[in-house]
Design a binder for this molecule. Structure first.
Ligand SMILES: Nc1ncnc2c1ncn2[C@@H]1O[C@H](COP(=O)(O)OP(=O)(O)O)[C@@H](O)[C@H]1O
Ligand SMILES: [Mg+2]
Length: 306
């Protein structure tokens, strides 16, 4: 049996009439960066609060490091660092002093402070007061707080929320380096584009339910590529391709889109058209972005039409 870092079964929580989290089976492998994606209100924060033992599930179970969270909460949560929404920091103290306070509360050494500051690249700013920090620096210091004590698992709720593009880029780079420090990362986001470049596993949640879980490539593989083409007579080309068995040949503004499986299909389409005497002006392969896929998945789930 695979030993997951986080393993939930039928995790469920409601607030009054709102089914915030509904039967989640999450599997987070060791060493992964798991992107937990979903629109606002999907149930991400509620899930994270349950993973951190801050609220109780109504049903289901949570295993961390292969052991039951409800049976050994203190022992297990000692191995977890977290940053949920904005970090609580003392603005009138320096970055170093904020970490020093935590060290005095939970124990540890000043070399652990040094280590956490170096991971988030805040050594130079550590002596400045937090109230002088930019939002991005505060968020990085929040990450240093979460890293203090060298956790095996780091849980981050929307860590890039509110950051400018440079701050997002910096945060992303820091997070990508964490598996090399032996840290498994679980992070939530409502923006697929933000997670796309760092996640090794993706879970997509909508209205409390998991609608996809797997590697980013698996997600993309569920969806066909498209060929986009232009010819001298689009209507006739479309007829020809449909008769030859190609699927979903749509005529759009001055071009035709056809569902294909990779680049080799482009060569087939080209030779069929050329043999029938059509002139092919343009032929491109377009892959759906994860953003497209996400929209399709959430639409399928809710049956929503705009
Ligand atoms: N403490 C609470 N009391 C009542 N409803 C809540 C509470 N926390 C969350 N909810 C509701 O549960 C749903 C999921 O919320 P949340 O987990 O915060 O979603 P996300 O983090 O994905 O935006 C939302 O409909 C939200 O309004
Ligand atoms: Mg949230």
């Amino acid at each position: 049996m695979t030993h997951y870092i986080i393993d939930t079964e039928h995790l469920t929580r409601r607030f009054g009439d709102v089914q915030a989290v509904n039967g989640l089976d999450l599997h987070i492998p060791p060493g992964s960066i798991y992107g937990f994606l979903g629109p606002n209100g999907a149930g991400k924060t509620t899930t994270i609060r349950m993973l951190l033992g801050l609220i109780r599930p109504d049903a289901g179970r949570i295993n961390l490091f292969g052991r039951s969270l409800s049976e050994q909460p203190l022992e297990l949560l000692r191995r977890v660092g977290s940053l949920v929404e904005t970090p609580s920091l003392y603005p009138h103290l320096s970055g170093w002093e904020n970490l020093e306070l935590i060290r005095r509360m939970v124990g540890g050494t000043s070399s652990q402070i040094q280590w956490a500051l170096s991971i988030v690249r805040m050594e130079d700013a550590a002596r400045r007061l937090v109230r002088e920090y930019s939002l991005g620096m505060r968020q990085r210091l929040g990450l240093a707080v979460a890293l203090f004590g060298q956790p095996e698992l780091l849980i981050l709720d929307e860590p890039t929320n509110g950051l400018d593009p440079a701050g997002i880029h910096e945060m992303r780079e820091l997070i990508c380096g964490l598996p090399h420090e032996g840290i498994t990362v679980f992070l939530s986001s409502h923006l697929l584009s933000e997670v796309e470049q760092m996640a090794t596993q993706i879970g997509i949640v909508n209205a409390g339910q998991l609608i996809f879980q797997g590697a980013p490539d698996e997600l993309r593989a569920r969806y066909h590529d498209h060929a986009t083409l232009t010819t001298d007579r689009l209507g006739a080309s479309r007829e020809l391709l449909l008769q030859s068995g190609w699927q979903a040949a749509h005529l759009e503004n001055h071009h035709l889109t056809v569902s294909v499986n990779g680049a080799s299909d482009l060569a087939l389409i080209n030779s069929q058209l050329v043999r029938a005497g059509h002139q092919v002006y343009q032929l491109n392969l377009t892959q759906p972005t994860l953003e497209d896929i996400f929209l399709t998945l959430t639409d399928q789930q809710t049956g929503a039409s705009v």
